[in-house]
Write a protein that binds this ligand. Structure first.
Ligand code: MF3
Ligand code: CO
Length: 256
């Protein structure tokens, strides 16, 4: 089921949550057409150092990555959906950028992602981003004691499917605590009423990622970047959420 946190521990996780939120807001502020993904990574790295926080990405080497992770951010552009490496790629007008960021503060981790378009917006990309955010909100709304994991998964999947978007359940959300990836898995597709019972004290990252085209993905030759199989665009949205007796508490909520 994953370790349950006490109310005091959830309070202590707020610092990590608000730091991760602040970094993502700042990245969205500074991101410009003409900037490289590496420059965004350096910006986040400076904020980590200034805050005395700790990167949980740098050097991370899970089974789904070819080598230790080389940055503090995932920066996924257009057909890149997840785990995009902060490269020398230059952001162009109309690019959809997904930034995924997690860090440890005072021993606790928070993990969050957002997607936005640079420069000139187009309706299809804006809809893709909006629906992904709506799916995240629908998933969060189910994160309450007494519900089951399948209620979160189904809520996410239904929003994506209703919009005709591609969904692949291979990557999804996860428990969050002293480390980034803990039990339980939080799938982006599922059946209502199925799965483990949600209990107060469970802290999970909920993270829909949807594709404008089909359900397939490929792994880039770089060994990390997950791309849509058909070259369509993808979007990703994520919050770290504590399940409390009163319902979901979004630890990574951004101001404004
Ligand atoms: N933060 C991502 C997630 O949402 C995982 C990033 S893996 C890393 O689960 F290696 F890039 F850090
Ligand atoms: Co995550």
């Amino acid at each position: 089921m994953g370790e349950l946190k006490t109310p005091r521990e959830i309070e202590a996780m707020r610092a990590a949550g608000s730091f991760v939120a602040r970094v993502l807001s700042s990245l969205q502020d500074v991101a410009r057409v003409g900037m490289t993904l590496k420059e965004l990574d350096a910006h986040a790295h400076r904020m980590i150092d200034d805050a005395g926080a700790h990167s949980v990405y740098l050097g991370y080497h899970p089974s789904f990555g070819a080598m230790p992770y080389p940055g503090v951010l995932c920066t996924s552009v257009n057909d890149a959906a997840l785990h995009g490496l902060p490269s020398e790629q230059v952001l162009a007008d109309g690019d959809v950028l997904s930034i995924d960021f997690a860090a440890q503060v005072n021993g606790w981790v928070a993990d969050s992602a957002l997607s936005f378009q640079l420069g000139t917006p187009d309706p299809d990309s804006q809809r893709l981003i909006r629906v992904t955010e709506e799916a995240l909100a629908a998933g969060i709304a189910q994160a309450r004691p007494g519900n089951r994991m399948g209620d979160i998964s189904a809520a996410i999947g239904e929003v994506g499917r209703a919009a005709g978007l591609g969904i692949n359940a291979d990557f999804g959300g996860h428990g969050v605590g002293r480390t980034m990836h803990e039990e339980p898995h939080v799938p982006n597709l599922g059946r209502r009423g199925s799965g483990i019972k949600l209990k107060a004290g469970l802290v999970i990252a909920i993270e829909p990622w949807f594709m404008a085209g089909g359900d397939g993905y490929v792994i880039d030759p770089d060994g990390w970047t997950i791309r849509t199989a058909d070259g369509s665009r993808a979007a990703h949205a994520e919050h770290t959420v504590a399940i409390t007796p009163d319902g979901p508490l979004v630890l990574t909520a951004r101001k404004g």
